[in-house]
Design a protein around this ligand. Structure first.
Ligand SMILES: Nc1ncnc2c1ncn2[C@@H]1O[C@H](COP(=O)(O)OP(=O)(O)O)[C@@H](O)[C@H]1O
Ligand SMILES: [Mg+2]
Length: 684
């Protein structure tokens, strides 16, 4: 029994989200009404509020008369603790309102809630006054301070909480405040409401190293100018951020979107990322953007996919009348991204000319953005264009070149430096922001990583020099140093050994994983930069050669894989994505494409092939026609050429039907030129 209690209530420093909620107007009530009535009322109210908190997985830590403290992250910590804390708090507001509507005592109608949340590390354990389980530390005090800064009827959160819930809620940046005992101003945010669809820019992580954006003031200012310009000129603006791997392109756009979000409550951000693993899927970039927005899954039943698409289009389309209807737009949009319609009267006239159908689809999607931007600024974030297919690029071009249509749309994109040279016909006149390496200086390192505030200058300069201004290299190195055994910031004379290259560093980060963690990273890397828990599990079960080589037993695989995935998240090597291509499948993404490449290379070729086959079969069961090329890629890598050929052919036919002739030709050619005999045929 005692063992049970212990495992349920873990001790130690843990990442938690703490909510303070105060009911205002309680003492006035106590003066006006009979004490028995007051206590009856409060009991009723608290039981309602507690129920809401518990439904959202919160642990009610303390209740003191008119206030409560609730913790998320104990006994169990999940990636979405902060999000659940914020959702619960918004529900509490609704709960109080309902209570006020129903109560017979008009005096109780003046009650109001004031709430604050902070997310951070706290000491958890049986450390309460009476030895009860609770959490202690600065995190708790900051949460309380957030609450004190909230207006009655509102919820205020700290920067750390905001960073964890970004993109899921509409927020407003408030005037920074001072914390007791410090001179420094800290950012605070008011939560307005839950967003209909969270943006996929955001990943869910488990705490992690706090980093501050450094050395990009000019670029941020330029982006801000471009945003204002787009609105004033009423014209679509295309911005391309270019730079080397890991120089900070994605981070810049992420930070900028965050700044816009807190300054423009009516802003709509939609985002998508091209991936190497889907670079042959026609129109993938936009498919992903709309799927995120409409919450579409690859395996949705067709009726449900249609409904989600129509509802999603309607919301953006609005009420204004026009020549075309939202339904027509939904049909043309859906048609491009794999949502099929039964005998659509809109699409049918275009059956014989897929090129015209694409054009009309582009036009209607542009109109959709146009209508959405009438209600507030719309910003699109398109990452990693170097892996975008030509159809996706064509639509970017279309939106941009039809700039005379007066759509105030800001398209922020990024790509590796070489990309622009290879795509001059579209991108030669864009607003280009070329990201240079960060300055090599110890101050930059100190500013970027608060955890190194006290570190000796010699260490900081060594890190800066080794990283050569590449923030990804720098960040992984900092994590390595901070996480290495026996390292302490106090020992000033001895510098830790720093790796010679990013690749070497990433390998050593992978080496520091547990055996299962490493195997999971390898399997995941076979699937691609984006992977699914189910695919990893399938690989564990279906590649005995690999599990044997890596020396992991197949006992309790499901549990082990989840623990391993959590380990990857805790080490910030991978993150959980918001939403997933497949319903009920947790979707993850490697922190960086470089890391995925490094993990991939760790398996010898014959073992890679074994895993590719499992992944091919796993995908084949789940994907629609659009992604058949991904299945083909895996069969090819597995050396199962007959299957690869079948899937390439399918993909080619699909591309042809959609009007992507060039892709169709390439795929068909590829299918024809595959080797005749399967690799190692007869062995399997
Ligand atoms: N200016 C910066 N200040 C602090 N950290 C940064 C900065 N730019 C990038 N980083 C960090 O470096 C890593 C790589 O950045 P990322 O934007 O993914 O690179 P890219 O997209 O150019 O490959 C990320 O972890 C990111 O948070
Ligand atoms: Mg990037």
């Amino acid at each position: 029994m005692s063992v049970d209690v212990e495992s349920k209530f873990p001790e130690g420093r843990r990442l938690v989200s703490v909510l303070f909620a105060d009911i205002l107007g309680f003492s006035t009530l106590a003066d006006q009404l009979d004490p028995e009535i007051v206590s009856g009322l409060m009991r009723d109210l608290w039981s309602r509020l507690n129920k809401i908190v518990e439904e959202h997985g919160g642990f009610v830590d303390k209740q003191l008369g008119d206030s409560i403290m609730v913790i998320w992250g104990v006994p169990e910590s999940l990636e979405d603790d902060a999000e659940r804390a914020v959702s619960a708090s918004l529900e509490l507001l609704i709960g109080l309102n309902k209570f006020k509507e129903n109560t017979e005592y008009s005096e109780a109608k003046t009650l109001q809630l004031r709430m604050g949340i902070h997310t951070g590390l706290a000491l958890a354990g049986n450390v309460g006054i009476h030895g009860e389980y609770t959490v202690l530390g600065n995190t708790v005090r900051i949460a309380q301070r957030m609450e004190e800064n909230a207006e009655p009827g509102s919820l205020v959160v700290s920067e750390a909480t905001y960073q964890s819930i970004r993109g899921a809620f509409q927020v407003k940046r408030l005037t920074p405040v001072q914390l007791v005992g410090t001179k420094k101003l800290v950012n605070i945010f008011q939560i307005l409401e839950e967003l209909p669809q969270p943006t996929k820019l955001r990943y869910r992580s488990k705490g992690g190293l706090k980093t501050i954006l450094v050395g990009r003031e000019e670029e941020m200012a330029r982006l801000e100018d471009l945003f204002q310009h787009t609105r004033q000129q009423n014209k679509t603006q295309l911005v391309l951020v270019t730079g080397d791997v890991g120089v900070g392109k994605s981070r810049l756009l992420f930070e900028f979107a965050g700044q816009l979000e807190t300054e423009n409550p009516l802003l709509t951000v939609m985002s998508s990322r091209a991936l190497k693993q889907t670079s042959q899927v026609p129109f993938y970039l936009w498919k992903e953007l709309w799927s995120n927005r409409f919450d579409l899954n690859e395996d949705d039943p067709v009726e449900s996919a249609r409904k989600k698409t129509i509802d999603g289009v309607l919301t953006l389309w609005g009420q204004a009348l026009g020549e075309v209807t939202a339904v027509e737009a939904a049909h043309f949009l859906g048609d491009q991204i794999g949502v099929t319609w039964d005998k659509s009267r809109y699409l049918e006239p275009f059956n014989t000319d897929p090129k015209l159908r694409i054009e009309r689809s582009f036009l209607l999607q542009a109109e959709l953005f146009n209508r959405a931007s009438q209600r507030g600024p719309v910003v699109l974030i398109l990452d990693d264009l170097q892996w975008a297919d030509s159809g996706s690029l064509a639509m970017i071009n279309y939106l941009w070149k039809s700039a005379d249509r007066e759509i105030p749309l800001l398209i922020l994109s990024c790509a590796r430096t070489e990309f622009i040279k290879e795509n001059l016909e579209i991108f030669q006149d864009v607003e280009q922001i070329e990201l240079k390496p960060l300055p090599v200086s110890s101050e930059i390192v100190r500013d970027a990583y608060p955890a190194l505030k006290e570190a000796p200058d010699s260490l900081l300069s060594a890190l800066a020099e080794r990283a050569e201004g590449n923030p990804y290299f720098l960040e992984e190195m900092v994590k390595n140093v901070l996480g290495s055994k026996g390292f302490s910031l106090e020992e000033k004379d001895e510098l830790p050994v720093l790796p010679g290259s990013v690749e070497e560093l990433l390998q050593s980060r992978l080496d520091s994983l547990s055996m299962e963690g490493r195997a999971t990273a390898f399997f995941a890397a076979i699937a691609g930069r984006v992977f699914w828990k189910g695919a990893v599990l399938a690989a564990f079960r279906g590649s005995p050669g690999v599990t044997k080589a890596l020396d992991v037993s197949s006992h309790n695989i499901v549990g082990k894989v989840q623990v391993a995935l959590d380990e990857l998240m805790e080490m910030e090597l991978a993150f959980l994505r918001v939403g997933s291509a497949f319903s009920g499948e947790r979707e993850y993404i490697f922190k960086h494409s470089l890391l995925q490449e490094q993990a991939y290379q760790r398996l010898p070729e014959n073992l890679q092939a074994e895993c590719h086959l499992v992944i091919a079969e796993w995908l084949a069961e789940r994907v629609g026609l659009e992604r058949s090329v991904c299945v083909a890629n895996h069969f090819e890598a597995a050396g199962v050429y007959d299957q690869a050929q079948a899937y390439y052919t399918k993909a080619a036919e699909h591309a042809r039907a959609k009007g992507y002739d060039k892709e169709a030709d390439d795929l068909q050619y590829h299918a024809r030129t595959l080797p005749e005999n399967n690799f190692g045929q007869g062995e399997k």
